[in-house]
Design a protein around this ligand. Structure first.
Ligand SMILES: [Zn+2]
Ligand SMILES: [Zn+2]
Length: 174
């Protein structure tokens, strides 16, 4: 990780403030590598840090695009991720409750890991490039979004001929 990591925040300026003091941090990166195999594009985010009596509350809202393989047509596409982040850092270890983190002496916070974890939770189990993705032809493997190889179970001609069949009139009766 380079030392220009935007998720490392130095929050020492919060320490002399009174409870209720808050600041916003905005994030904008055309590309950021959060982990070896986890690269986000067009990352945008807004994080609010607020000082309370016990510590610092961080609340963020982030979005970005991740390259994924479509489960239907196997093409690589940019998947839009949108996730939130909430962390609480206590000043003193003895004040820590479940899930609380303890602020280091230099008040430096590295959110890389928690941002990455929350972002990964927004990745679908079965990614699809678009809702109406036609997938691959079972017969020849053609990407049906790009080309129609006419291998579908019911050929298009038969569907359009249906109205001319002797049974077409039954529909009106029923
Ligand atoms: Zn697809
Ligand atoms: Zn085909």
């Amino acid at each position: 990780m380079s030392n220009t990591n935007p998720f490392i925040l130095r929050l020492g300026s919060f320490l002399p403030q009174t409870a209720g003091y808050s600041r916003e941090y905005s994030f904008e990166q055309s590309e950021i590598q959060l982990k070896n195999d986890f690269i986000l594009r067009d990352l945008k985010g807004l994080l609010t840090a607020s000082r309370t009596q016990r510590g610092l509350l961080l609340q963020g809202d982030f979005k970005g695009n991740l390259k994924l393989e479509c489960g239907r047509c196997l093409s690589i596409y940019e998947h839009y991720l949108n996730w939130e982040l909430t962390e609480f850092y206590v000043f003193n270890q003895r004040d820590a409750e479940e899930d609380d983190l303890v602020l280091s002496d230099n008040a430096e916070i590295n959110l890389t890991e928690s941002v990455t974890e929350e972002a990964q939770l927004d990745i679908p189990i079965n990614p699809v490039c678009k809702n109406n993705c036609q997938g691959l032809c079972q017969t020849c493997g053609t990407n049906l979004n790009i080309e129609d190889c006419k291998h579908k179970d019911i050929p298009l001609e038969e569907i359009s001929d249906e109205d001319n069949s002797p049974f077409a009139g039954l529909k009106d009766l029923l």
